[in-house]
Design a protein around this ligand. Structure first.
Ligand code: PGA
Length: 255
């Protein structure tokens, strides 16, 4: 297969990361408003929502093309872990995906790569599809260690994960300096790192796994820049924060 065909073979995936926004009733209202805008036969559409919104959002998107994901989960099956939610709870609520290792979790909740590796393995063991996030700080980019850092994150977070499991995952490259700042990475910067991640997957696993895994860009994706970003050979869609809460998300899905 030609490289072009392989790129075409990967379905684009547009995922919204709602973060800590929308009460259950607001979430249902947003789903209703977005319904006609996010229809697509060719792009996978996912809403990653606060835990308390999962059940009402699953109900609200029933019969549509929208899939639902959680924004976080814990590494244990059940037990005395006050405030946490398990993979089984997320699945039983009707969600299929879970964001793991978002930079806000890494920074504000001190989640390190050893812990995130446990989360990835638990999610996969249970049949949840991880959207694994990685990304460098501005300081790291300026020091010239971006790719070293990303490779460290990918290798650590995927320790003990099989090739078949990786094929079911989504990896999101999100430079921390581009998140919520309105400062998107240039198309070249985004493609360079997404390609670097695919090369890293090829080194750890093999060519087939590298070609199957979907790699998103995230960080100030909006209706104006999505088309150019998603046209790159190694960018298979986006993880979208702010713009996923507005009609813009429909434009991003139908870029
Ligand atoms: P942003 O967030 O689109 O608001 O920059 C992206 C993210 O944090 O996933």
């Amino acid at each position: 297969m030609e490289m072009e065909d392989k790129h075409m073979a990967r379905r684009k995936v547009a995922a919204g990361n709602w973060k800590m926004n929308k009460t259950p009733s607001e979430a249902v209202k947003l789903c209703e408003e977005m319904k006609p805008l996010v229809e697509s036969d060719s792009v996978d559409v996912i809403y990653c929502v606060p835990a308390i919104d999962i059940v009402p959002v699953v109900q609200a998107v029933k019969g549509t093309n929208v899939k639902v994901g959680a924004e976080n989960m814990y590494i244990e099956d059940n037990g005395a872990f006050t405030g946490e939610i398990s993979a089984d709870m997320i699945l039983d609520a009707g969600a299929e995906y879970v964001i793991i290792g978002h930079s806000e979790r890494r920074e504000y909740f001190s989640e390190d790569d050893d812990f995130l590796n446990k989360k990835v393995k638990k999610a996969l063991e249970k049949g949840l599809k991880p959207i694994l996030c990685c990304g460098e700080s501005l300081e790291q980019r300026e020091m010239g260690v971006t790719m070293d850092w990303i490779r460290f994150q990918i290798k650590s977070d995927l320790t003990g994960v099989t090739a078949d499991q990786v094929k079911s995952m989504v990896i999101a490259y999100e430079p921390i300096w581009a998140i919520g700042t309105g400062k998107t990475a240039t198309t070249e910067q985004a493609e360079e790192v997404c390609k670097g991640i695919r090369d890293c997957i090829c080194e750890i696993y093999d060519q087939a796994t590298a070609e199957a895994v979907r790699i998103q860009y995230g960080g100030s994706v909006n209706a104006g820049n999505a088309a150019e970003l998603f046209a790159q050979g190694d960018i298979d869609g986006g993880l979208v924060g702010g713009a996923s809460l507005k009609a813009d998300f429909g434009k991003i899905v139908n870029y």
